[in-house]
Design a protein around this ligand. Structure first.
Ligand code: AP5
Ligand code: MG
Length: 215
């Protein structure tokens, strides 16, 4: 099974992904997480990606598609994967269509989580992330039990560099221009399932569960 999570920055893709992979036994592939790890480890990819990410811009397609092709080709992905944050441009989507037959895969569903812009800004500027396990929190909507400490592993929580208000606004613009055309792209292929992301975390997941249950 191959599921794609589509939606603007802050829509809750990572939050929902944590629940989806646990309950549906899928391998989680987040290009954002892979790129952030590369930046932290100062690899060649990380050095190239950093300037784009810090400015809220997309990392060039040629760098990102290699990561995804390599990861999807690994044996643990054969039973099913969840892609979060990829594809993000029509060119990336076309690339994905071209490589999937080689690895015997096809897209089963594209889940579009949609949320109002004001709410997205609030979610992103209040987000905190665990520096050890990557779990997502929010100061108001999903606060950790102990301030700045991860409930799951005890790691320190931090604010992502790209979650400052000015970078968030840039990311939302980039989404509209470069990623939103994918809504029509997948709608035409009858793969799109829109989800109302303006509900609380469990409400959104209930909708996703119903859609995935039908596959
Ligand atoms: P990436 O890491 O993919 O970021 P993004 O798409 O901007 O999305 P976010 O991770 O910010 O939001 P999310 O939807 O996961 O929301 P979350 O669950 O955390 O990409 C980062 C950067 O990497 C890009 O800008 C780009 O530079 C680069 N990149 C990555 N992929 C690329 C690609 N394919 N091509 C080129 N460049 C690429 O939730 C947000 C907050 O809201 C959290 O605090 C959470 O607790 C809270 N929350 C979640 N759901 C709810 C709810 N229902 N109610 C209330 N609060 C909620
Ligand atoms: Mg995310």
């Amino acid at each position: 099974m191959l599921i794609i999570l589509l939606g603007p920055p802050g829509a809750g893709k990572g939050t929902q992904a944590e629940m989806i992979v646990q309950n549906h036994n899928l391998v989680y592939i987040s290009t954002g997480d892979i790129l952030r790890k590369a930046v932290r480890e100062e690899t060649e990819l990380g050095r190239k990606a950093r300037e784009y990410m810090d400015q809220g811009q997309l990392v060039p397609d040629n760098l990102v598609v290699e990561i995804v092709r390599d990861r999807l080709g690994e044996p643990d992905c054969a039973n099913g994967s969840l892609l979060d944050g990829f594809p993000r441009t029509v060119d990336q989507a076309v690339f994905l269509e071209q490589v999937l037959p080689d690895i015997n895969m096809q897209i089963d569903r594209v889940l579009l989580i949609d949320v109002d812009e004001e709410e997205l800004i609030e979610r992103l500027t209040g987000r905190r992330v665990c520096s050890d396990c990557g779990a997502n929190y929010h100061l108001k909507y999903k606060a950790p039990k102990v301030r700045n400490v991860c409930d799951q592993c005890g790691g320190d929580l931090y604010q992502r560099d790209d979650d400052s208000l000015s970078t968030v606004k840039e990311r939302l613009e980039v989404y509209k221009k470069q990623t939103e055309p994918l809504v029509e792209f997948y709608n035409k292929k009858e793969l799109l399932s829109p989800i109302d992301g303006n509900q609380d975390i469990d409400g959104v997941y209930d909708q996703i569960k119903t859609i995935l249950g039908d596959l």
